[in-house]
Design a protein. Structure first.
Length: 599
């Protein structure tokens, strides 16, 4: 039985070992940046950090003090969110499940032209998932550290520009444009994507203090809220999205309820899903009206005292019943959109002075809006922002293309093995010497791994009485072997018994006979009457094998590729999916990587 939802112990070992030795390097780079900036500014590090955290003292006007406090709140809030995102990226499941369980389903749901754009990036990440995941961790934590401790220095601006650049990449690849092109996008699930609002917050902070004092940030926030809530209401109301049906409306909440989390939260979400399923028209109409009302209030009456509280109540409500706090379940990449939108509203909304009329005439509003727009909107800012975003987009495409061309291997270019690569990932394991062992093959003959030197070895672990994923892996190896032709003589496929109870010679022979492996001349199914001997091999190769009270043995799935000098080169995660397309893709992947080692 496979453990698809549990990362391989080998992957976890490589993931956290790499993180441990990279952490001092990360700290060193940060310290060098801070030290260099401190030297240029000729202030102590403590004074510098306090400068960005403490309110200014002395005779300053109230407007300056308020602007500082708002900017500080937004800066520290964004920094904290980036650090949380980085820590979430360090969860165990992220080491191997990020691409197959988060990114790939999202990419598959995109229109064809976007799917073709994003798929090469997914394949590129799948070639070395651990290192790309670690890169994401350090970038996000680094951005957060720069924003929180950078004060009023150049480092903060560097962090803000990194927020824009990295945020754009994450929004396109990690969030699939926030799901706005995939159909069924809803604010209840966090669309149009939380990182989009991280970028908005960074853009606000890049504006000068004078722009904040002049009310431009409040104006830009107003436009942001108008676009967000009117789009969200429109997307929620679209009949094609299916939210007017019980199943369609409750599906988001139900999927969140099924994630691992405290029982009281799961019970709450199941209850909400039941109610939404029973009365979809009433509740969807309520959601649409609420968001449309927010959009028009921000458009016409943004300074009404009730606008900000209404927005925050809605944001908090949907964070609980739809977005499920964003971080639960082991595969959450951020707290979702609600916290960052709430942060933008609290930090950027103009101070309320008095309530205005609720329904001014449309003609009066249009003339007032035109005057306000021409007086407050800095057209140069829009030009600069547009040029910046365009430049970032072009740069991202160029960098990704060059990386794709230089780093992608021959196997990655083969369409046949792409699905398997995305599903299982191909993790370089450092060319460490493969631990030697001596067991008995299916013919009762003692075999040591060292005897196979000079051949490429494809090593896996199979349960002799498994009827789930192990037959699938066996079939994939047979499929790969058939494509090797005359190269078969230089390749050995090796399976080690992975069952603490059924590991006799008769058990492995029965498995071979049942699944047609007796005709595969370069296949060895190794076992031992001694459980301790098998356990030593499992431990040496970081393979988990456990015996539950009920059901089949649980074990990790995966395949090692060993070079001719018996060095571990790659590890590929396995799957119990018997879909012919995916099985064929795994066979092609195994064949391609074997040929690479042979060459």
């Amino acid at each position: 039985m496979d453990m698809t939802n549990n990362p391989s112990p080998l992957i976890l070992h490589l993931f956290y070992t790499s993180m441990l030795w990279q952490f001092p390097l990360f700290l060193f780079i940060l310290l060098v940046l801070f030290w260099f900036t401190k030297s240029v500014r000729h202030v102590s590090l403590i004074e510098w950090i306090q400068e960005g955290l403490r309110s200014p003292t002395g005779s300053i006007d109230q407007a300056t003090r308020e602007v500082f406090q708002r900017r500080r709140l937004l800066r520290i809030g964004l920094g904290a969110l980036w650090i949380i995102d980085g820590l979430l990226q360090a969860q165990p499941d992220m080491s191997s499940e990020f691409i197959p369980n988060i990114v790939n389903p999202m990419v598959s749901a995109q229109p064809p032209f976007l799917n073709h754009l994003l798929e090469p990036l997914v394949v590129l990440w799948s070639q070395s998932p651990i290192q790309y995941d670690l890169l994401a961790i350090w970038i996000q934590v680094g951005i957060g550290m720069l924003l929180i401790f950078g004060g009023n220095s150049l480092l903060t601006r560097i962090g803000l520009w990194l927020s824009l650049g990295w945020g754009l990449a994450v929004w396109i690849v990690g969030e699939g444009f926030g799901g706005v092109f995939s159909g069924g996008a809803t604010w209840l699930a966090g669309a149009p994507g939380s990182v989009l609002f991280y970028m908005v917050g960074a853009a606000f902070l890049l504006l000068s203090e004078q722009a904040w004092k002049a009310g431009r940030v409040a104006t830009y926030l107003r436009f942001t809220m108008v676009v967000l809530w009117l789009w969200a209401a429109f997307a929620q109301a679209l009949p094609a999205s299916g939210f007017w049906t019980g199943q369609g409306l409750s599906s988001t909440t139900l999927s969140m309820a099924e994630m691992p989390q405290p029982s009281f939260l799961a019970s709450l979400l199941y209850g909400v899903a039941h109610i939404l399923n029973a009365y979809p028209v009433f509740f969807n109409a309520t959601f649409v009206i609420w968001m449309a009302t927010l959009g028009f209030l921000w458009l016409w009456q943004a300074r009404l005292r009730i606008v900000v509280p209404l927005t925050l109540v809605w944001v908090l409500l949907t964070w609980v019943i739809g977005q499920d706090f964003g971080v639960l379940g082991g595969l959450g990449t951020d707290p979702n959109s609600s916290p960052v939108v709430a942060l933008l509203v609290v930090a950027g909304a103009a101070r309320v002075e008095k309530a205005e009329e609720l329904l001014p005439s449309l003609i009066l509003w249009v003339s007032k809006w035109k005057k306000t727009f021409h007086e407050t909107v800095n057209l140069r800012l829009f030009t600069t922002a547009a040029a910046t975003i365009f430049s970032l987009a072009i740069s991202a495409v160029v960098v990704v293309h060059l990386s794709h061309v230089s780093a992608q291997t021959e196997a990655a270019n083969a369409p046949a093995d792409q699905a398997a690569m995305i599903n299982g990932g191909v993790t370089p394991v450092g060319n460490r010497p493969a631990p030697n062992f001596t067991l008995v093959d299916q013919y009762g003959k003692k075999v040591s791994l060292s005897q196979l030197a000079g051949k490429v070895v494809v090593l896996t672990f199979l349960d002799p009485v498994c009827y789930d994923d192990c037959p699938v892996i066996a079939a994939e190896m047979q499929g790969a072997d058939r494509t090797l032709g005359s190269l078969q003589k230089d390749v050995e496929f090796v399976a080690v018994a992975a069952n603490p109870t059924f590991h006799s010679l008769a058990d492995v022979q029965a498995f071979d006979e049942e699944h047609g492996l007796t005709h595969m001349k370069n296949f060895l199914f190794l076992t031992s009457n001694s459980l301790a001997s098998l356990q030593r091999v499992w431990n040496a190769y970081y393979f988990y094998v456990g015996l539950p009270k009920v059901g089949m043995v649980q074990h990790t799935d995966g395949i090692y590729f060993l070079s001719k000098n018996l060095k571990e080169v790659w590890f590929v995660g396995g799957t119990g999916d018997s879909a012919p397309t995916l099985m064929g893709s795994y066979a092609a992947l195994i064949s391609h990587y074997v040929k690479q080692l042979l060459s």
